[in-house]
Design a protein around this ligand. Structure first.
Ligand SMILES: NC(=O)c1ccc[n+]([C@@H]2O[C@H](COP(=O)([O-])OP(=O)(O)OC[C@H]3O[C@@H](n4cnc5c(N)ncnc54)[C@H](OP(=O)(O)O)[C@@H]3O)[C@@H](O)[C@H]2O)c1
Length: 321
């Protein structure tokens, strides 16, 4: 099939585009052309690239036309964030494609009420990002249920892999916590360190997109959590990281209201976003309907990302592999 990937050169696209090429599809990669994929596999030579700024075209009302002009059988939209961007897509593609696969997020659930969270569990997203993604999902799935638009929705967790910083044991992107744990220094965690994080390897996210496209009957009209088999608590994550360097995690805890002032405002904001959501998703539906079978556990995912950071001089610790 001819598959258009919108936002094709980032974390997900780096792994997804070569997978789609290997599966025999004709792939068109759309982006502004500012970023290069994290790895440059030969598959990229077979890919047609289209440079376009979605935000600009959205404003002009011409993005839908640009997408339609590709003439794709399947459109995978990795960078749809605003409900206001959807009408252009629906107008341009209704009746013209076999499947539209939308990248949602685990944030659509808001702060979770049951762990693990299933796709049909109660949800109450409360941040702008989660609210917009939930609105998009609901419009797309109702259009799919009415037979108007063949949409599928995937909800990745914290996407990690070699090439960028993963969400760390303190629930933010500050890499110092890895060094402290690796050197056996003390680390202070918010509350009791029991908040959960749910990582997923970028290649497992790509696997889920590939499976959704390969199984349209099972996938259309459905949403799927795309995370590793199990979430981690901050304290479990910290203990494991220290163990990779033969250290004991020396953990202390402070209530959130005190902990937040021990880190920068930016780190506190990112940690808060994570610990108030406490993502912990079930992948049972993806396993059952799509055959989703993640290759990486949460710890394997982060270990690979950390090893890359160490080897590239971003974290000062001995390599892990
Ligand atoms: N990161 C996470 O942990 C996470 C978790 C859950 C869900 N998600 C979802 O994952 C999706 C993002 O996937 P990702 O992590 O692979 O993204 P990413 O790494 O940020 O890559 C974004 C891609 O989109 C392109 N792009 C950005 N702005 C653009 C624009 N205005 N016009 C055209 N192309 C543009 C980028 O290339 P250029 O810069 O060259 O244009 C790049 O190819 C989002 O839908 C997000 O909600 C992410």
């Amino acid at each position: 099939m001819k598959i258009l990937v919108i936002g094709a050169t980032g974390h997900i696209g780096t792994c997804l585009v070569p997978r789609l090429v290997a599966a025999g599809h004709e792939v068109v990669a759309m982006s502004r052309g500012n970023r290069k994929p994290y790895s440059s596999l030969p598959a990229w030579e077979k890919v047609e690239t289209i440079r376009i700024d979605r935000k600009e075209e959205d404003k002009k009302g011409s993005f839908g036309r640009a997408v339609r002009a590709v003439g794709a059988d399947v459109v995978i939209d990795l960078i749809l964030f605003k409900a206001s961007s959807l009408p252009q897509i629906l107008e341009a593609l209704t009746g013209r494609i076999r499947q539209f696969v939308f990248c949602g997020t685990m944030w659509v659930y808001g702060p979770i009420e049951s762990a693990p969270t299933y796709e049909n569990d109660f949800r109450l997203p409360d941040g702008e990002y989660g609210i917009q993604k939930a609105m998009l999902e609901s419009e797309l799935l109702s259009a799919a249920h009415d037979g108007r638009f063949p949409a599928t929705v995937l909800h990745p967790g914290h996407i990690s892999g070699p090439g960028w910083a993963p969400i760390g044991p303190a629930g933010n992107l500050n890499l110092e916590v890895f060094e402290k744990l690796g050197l056996g220094a003390g680390v202070c965690l918010p509350d009791l360190g029991l908040a959960t994080l749910h990582h997923v390897h970028a290649d497992d996210v790509a696997q889920a997109f590939e499976l959704a496209v390969a199984n349209p009957r099972a996938a259309i009209g459905e949403s799927f959590n795309v995370v590793s088999p199990r979430a981690l608590t901050l304290r479990g994550f910290s203990r494991a990281v220290a163990g990779w360097f033969s250290q004991e995690a020396r953990l202390t805890y402070l209530p959130w209201s005190e902990w937040r002032s021990t880190v920068s405002e930016e780190d506190a904001e990112i940690t808060w976003e994570h610990i108030r959501h406490c993502p912990c998703g079930s992948i049972e539906k993806g396993r059952r309907l799509l055959g989703y079978n993640p290759r990486y556990s949460s710890l394997e995912t982060v270990r690979e990302a950390l090893d890359w950071l160490i080897r590239n001089g971003k974290v000062d610790l001995p390599p892990l592999s």
